[in-house]
Design a protein around this ligand. Structure first.
Ligand SMILES: [Zn+2]
Length: 84
């Protein structure tokens, strides 16, 4: 896969990316920015597929309106919508 900027999820920010149910969040708590998850070798995952793979990385999709989950192929919303 091509390089994607991503941030390591630490134990300390567990609830920043998880709901009490354990499901991964689709959006950030502050600002409702769309999140995607990254698993080395698998690539980009949506919040639902992230639960099935032990994801270690996360980022916000600011402006890529083509971003797709590598597992279920769901499109991952972009914070800014389509870029001109
Ligand atoms: Zn998915």
């Amino acid at each position: 896969m091509k390089y994607v900027d991503k941030y390591k999820i630490s134990e300390h920010d567990y609830y920043a990316f998880r709901l009490a149910s354990g499901q991964y969040r689709a959006q950030t708590i502050v600002g409702d920015y769309p999140l995607f998850y990254v698993k080395p070798y698998l690539g980009i995952l949506c919040n639902l597929c992230a639960a099935n793979h032990d994801v270690q990385f996360v980022n916000i999709n600011y402006g890529n309106d083509q971003l797709q989950c590598g597992c279920c192929k769901a499109s991952i919303p972009s914070a800014l919508g389509a870029q001109e």
